[in-house]
Design a protein around this ligand. Structure first.
Ligand SMILES: [Zn+2]
Ligand SMILES: [Zn+2]
Length: 315
């Protein structure tokens, strides 16, 4: 008996078994022509199930967009498998999440879609000639100080609201479709400037960059790996982080911690807060920011009205 207790309390054993179950968040995308999305999906699904991967993956003729979590010990196996799936994927950049302490998905969902990012535009326009220009973290910091450079945040306003690069511009829109339209209007004012586009992992600004490039703006740059790529590069190379606040993520964590700075306010009392909540009244489901004192007062409801509707439905 005491042998077993010694075994269990052995620190090395606990650390090792902890490492054994450690999961990391990842994301990757690539725009490339997939001839048979269903065949591609089946191959991917078989392997991802074997590797016990959870996540949300979209496949279409225009490419793949994947977010998920995986046991750390299987990460290299996954990377190898992806690189073997198609020659176009063999040097793919896989972003590792910034905040890796918690699980992000509860199951694996792979869907075939018309587009991997819906843009409201005609098919695959962005596959036209587009010379990608990526900025790495050091260059990003340098460009942030330059007067002839404009940073555009290519995410939805609710993402921008809790975290962004200082002085970056949001188009204050809530869908990528609307954002592309606004971007085209906005950049008219910045014809002679260099334009840097960024989003969470790079997938949205790649489309946007290609769009404005084809409209005649040739001084367009993207941040390599998006916000996640930038933060990881800064952390790995001791480069000061110039992105402030939290990084919004589309899984149940809703945010990744980057800096203490709170850029947004509670929707209910206007105190500073950057905690997003989905209203508990499922018919409302509003995504809103709630501070700690309002969460005591209203629980996870956006209003007294929703609180009452929910509780009446239980009667
Ligand atoms: Zn509040
Ligand atoms: Zn509500």
């Amino acid at each position: 008996m005491s042998g077993i207790i010694n075994f269990i309390t052995n620190k090395k054993f606990i650390n090792n078994s902890f490492k054994e179950y450690l999961r990391i968040n990842f994301s990757f995308y690539r725009y490339f022509y997939i001839d048979e999305p269903l065949l591609f999906k089946n191959k991917l699904e078989k392997c991802f199930n074997k590797l016990n991967i959870f996540g949300r993956i979209y496949i279409s003729h225009e490419g793949i967009n994947a977010q998920g979590d995986i046991l750390k010990k299987f990460f290299n196996k996954m990377k190898y498998f992806i690189s073997q799936l198609d020659p176009q994927l063999n040097n793919i950049n896989i972003n590792i999440g910034i905040d890796n302490t918690s699980r992000s998905f509860s199951k694996l969902k792979i869907k075939i879609k018309k587009k991997i990012v819906s843009d409201g535009l005609k098919n695959n326009f962005f596959q036209k000639i587009y010379k990608k220009k990526y900025l790495h973290a050091k260059q990003v910091n340098k460009y942030l100080k330059k007067k002839n450079v404009i940073f555009f945040d290519m995410r939805n306003y609710y993402e921008y609201r809790i975290g962004h690069f200082k002085n970056s511009i949001s188009t204050y829109t809530f869908t990528f479709r609307d954002q592309l339209k606004s971007l085209l209007n906005y950049i008219n004012f910045y014809k002679n400037k260099k334009i840097v586009l960024y989003c969470t992992g790079g997938i949205r600004c790649e489309k946007a960059a290609s769009l404005i490039y084809n409209k005649g703006y040739k001084k367009v740059y993207q941040i390599f790996g998006g916000i996640i790529g930038y933060i990881n590069e800064c952390k790995n190379n001791n480069i000061p982080i110039k992105f402030f606040g939290k990084n919004f993520v589309f899984d149940y964590r809703l945010r990744e911690y980057i800096s203490k700075k709170i850029l947004s306010h509670c929707n209910q009392c206007l105190n500073k807060s950057d905690y997003y909540v989905n209203c508990m009244n499922s018919k409302c489901n509003l995504l809103f920011i709630q501070c700690i004192s309002c969460s005591k007062k209203y629980k996870s409801f956006c209003s007294k009205k929703c609180f009452h509707i929910f509780h009446q439905s239980l009667l």
